[in-house]
Design a protein around this ligand. Structure first.
Ligand SMILES: [Zn+2]
Length: 724
């Protein structure tokens, strides 16, 4: 299991620990070879990086900086972008963009990206207030949009208004700060930008000033709003500066409600927003590395093990409609809303931490699974665009972003992911060079160069050629857990594999021209969901395979950018097939009886029913269209009526919870409905009798769904008006 840090390491001063990579059992640190020393060779990974580079060059830093300048009282130099950049979360993309450009420079040497990093850091310094504040987000008070900074004056007065994604009228301001910090740290780390540290220190001082005026209960209340990995920012700042002030702040930003159960090894993840949690655990992992606090490592490890084992789909992603579902229920949640892309980006980061504490190849079995089947799938190298969700339901297709009018979170993390495909391939520990990912690349390492050539994951042969001066070292090649009979040869001669923690280790004096060939035979195999052995996915080596209508044989899922694909295959019993048929027949019978049917979420049908709405969205879930209304909003429509006693029949998802809303007919309330996930994995229907006086003499009725303040209504997946 877990390898604790040695007592000796713990006795070092905190600053020294902060800067020291973690020790393996042999006492030698393991760390990734710096990305600057790795260059990608022609491959689908390099295609992704080049495509992303073109997109990064196409974005205009001045437009991403728009709000930063406006709130600093400076004239903006570019128009604000659309999508989330025009909402109260404005500015979140800048931090991602800074990270992406810094990583891209390190990965490719692109000077334009480095120039942009320097420009943005200079602009942030120019926008930074004397108290250290610098941000681009806004907040809403009623219909008024104002500078997000105003909310901090309210917080220190004890005026704290928290929803899961809203703090005093602003969409996740602390999450936004975390992105800015990450961008500044990457600017310093990958571009040697010293000014970035000063901007980060100024902003950290402002945030510390706010929290220092709050008691612990108030801090916990604020942490109930999504805050990214702000605890990571301060652990990292401590690691870089050695200043205990930042470590103390990182410890204080410990969200007890979520982290205490994990520290106590309890899975209470059900119904939590998944990507809100992962960065908190990355923060704890970093905090453990700088403090040696074992309970933080235990929580991070338990979370990782629980998520990868009990909550993950075959592609390594997790979450349905962004939330954790009940443990081990994957087979019931294969929908078009699976696997938010940010989550896998963050799980890969967490995996890197855990691997450094215990370099076991099994961590990279997971890493590779998510990297190949989710990260590569979320970015179309032909268009440079990104997906938010990765739909796994049969027949569903990926929806890609637009270049300038979305700027979702997953675009931000996507820009980073596809700037660093050279990361984590090569790792080093003393005189051992680890190969953890088979990504075509060349690495310069201590006077040696190693070329890795392969078409993996689409082929099973990997060749490594050694160059540089003759030198003795060990080459440790990861043997994937799925591979039963790997073969190895050195300079054309078959070599016996000595396995150690999932690696084939070859130690010798390497000379220029030496080659190692690794063959990883890939047989097609099936993998059941954790909860239903009859529901399986198929894999070939690390690649999840899919069925598409246009092809006779299975094809790699990740490459089906614009084709509907089938990933999960289920064998049903005759009873299950009969039950499904009965359900369809019942629905058809109800349709036949209906005076009218309102197909909410269907644009043409909604228009035909005279839909009117406010703060309301069309949705699709499990193949059914629907419509919701958020707090302060509504939707209403007209249905054909009759003179008989009538009931309104409405369909909801059996998974929806914390919903409370009112149903009105011609302005009169007829029912109040709460939804509390009564029937997970399917749909439910509810009937509302309409009092006879409301229908008397009428040929139409106006139906309205309106949420109770602070709640949502629906989504409603269709309404029927029926005779009793
Ligand atoms: Zn996202």
């Amino acid at each position: 299991m877990f390898w604790p840090l040695s007592r000796r390491t713990l006795l070092l001063s905190s600053a020294a620990v902060a800067l020291a990579p973690q020790a393996t059992a042999s006492g030698v640190p393991v760390r990734p070879v710096p990305i600057e020393a790795v260059r990608l060779k022609p491959s689908l990974y390099l295609d992704a990086v080049r495509s992303n580079l073109a997109y990064l060059h196409g974005l205009e830093p001045d437009r991403l900086l728009h709000n930063f300048r406006v709130h600093a009282g400076l004239a903006p130099k570019g128009e604000v972008y659309g999508g989330w950049e025009s909402d109260t979360i404005a500015g979140h993309t800048l931090g991602h963009y800074l990270s992406a450009c810094a990583l891209m420079h390190a990965q490719t040497g692109d000077e334009e990206c480095k120039r942009r990093v320097a420009y943005i850091v200079d602009e942030l310094a120019a926008c930074q207030a004397p108290d250290g504040y610098v941000a681009g987000f806004t907040r809403k008070r009623g219909e008024t949009v104002e500078d997000g900074k105003l909310l901090f004056a309210e917080l220190v007065q004890g005026d704290i208004r928290v929803l899961p994604f809203d703090l005093n009228g602003c969409w996740v301001p602390l999450y936004n700060f975390h992105k800015t910090f990450a961008g500044l740290f990457d600017a310093e780390r990958f571009c040697g930008n010293a000014r970035a540290r000063n901007v980060a220190l100024g902003l950290a001082g402002f945030i510390d000033g706010v929290f220092s005026k709050l008691d612990d209960a108030q801090v916990q209340k604020i942490l109930d709003c999504e805050h990214g990995g702000l605890n990571e920012s301060f652990a990292e700042l401590h690691a870089r500066t050695g200043d205990a002030r930042w470590r103390a702040l990182s410890e204080r930003l410990y969200h007890r409600k979520v982290l205490v159960p994990l520290a106590e090894q309890r899975d209470e993840l059900q119904d939590l927003h998944a990507n809100t949690q992962i960065p908190k655990l990355i923060g704890l992992a970093r905090l453990y590395e700088v403090s040696g606090e074992g309970r933080h490592a235990a929580a991070a490890r338990f979370f990782w093990e629980t998520v990868t084992r009990d909550h993950s789909y075959v592609i390594g992603g997790h979450g349905d409609r962004e939330y954790f579902q009940p443990s081990r229920t994957i087979s019931k949640y294969v929908t078009e809303q699976t696997c938010e892309s940010c989550n896998s980006y963050n799980m890969l980061k967490l995996t890197r931490h855990l691997y450094q504490w215990r370099p076991d190849a099994a961590y990279f079995d997971y890493y590779e699974r998510a990297h190949v089947n989710h990260i590569l799938a979320q970015h179309d190298p032909n268009t440079s665009m990104f997906t938010y969700m990765m739909p796994l339901m049969t027949g569903s297709r990926r929806e890609f972003s637009t270049p300038q009018n979305d700027f979702w979170c997953c675009m931000g993390t996507g820009m980073e992911s596809h700037s660093k495909h050279g990361d984590s391939i090569w790792w080093e520990s003393g005189d051992t060079l680890f190969v953890n990912l088979f990504v075509p690349s060349i690495v310069r390492w201590r006077g040696s160069t190693l070329d890795l050539d392969t078409s993996y994951p689409l082929s099973e042969n990997v060749t490594i050629s050694v160059g540089g001066r003759a030198r003795r070292f060990a080459l440790a090649l990861r043997l994937p857990g799925w591979c039963e009979n790997p073969r190895l040869s050195v300079n054309g001669k078959p070599a016996t594999i000595s396995r150690s923690r999932g690696y084939a280790v070859v130690e010798r004096t390497w000379k220029r021209g030496d080659t190692v060939a690794l063959t990883l035979p890939m047989a097609l195999r099936t993998e059941p969901t954790p909860d239903d052995p009859r529901m399986v996915a198929q894999l070939k080596g690390p690649v999840v395979m899919a069925k598409v209508a246009e092809e006779a044989s299975l094809v790699p899922f990740f490459q089906q950018y614009d084709r509907a694909a089938e990933v999960y295959f289920k064998t049903c019993t005759p009873e299950e097939l009969a039950a499904a048929e009965r359900e369809k027949a019942d629905a058809r019978a109800l349709d036949a009886r209906a005076l009218d049917i309102a197909r909410l979420g269907d644009e043409a049908d909604e228009a035909a029913h005279g839909l009117a709405s406010k703060i309301s969205y069309a949705v699709v879930y499990r193949g059914r269209k629907g419509r919701d209304a958020r707090t302060g909003g509504f939707f209403e429509f007209t249905m054909k009526s009759g003179t008989d006693p009538l009931v309104l029949n409405a369909a909801y998802s059996g998974d929806d919870k914390r919903r409370l809303f009112h149903i009105l007919v011609d302005g009169e309330p007829v029912a109040t409905q709460a939804l509390e996930a009564e029937s997970r994995g399917g749909f439910i229907e509810r009937n509302y009798p309409i009092p006879e006086p409301l229908t008397r003499g009428k040929t139409t009725l106006r139906i309205r769904f309106a949420p109770e303040p602070g709640h949502s209504a629906g989504p409603v997946f269709g309404c029927r008006l029926l005779r009793v």
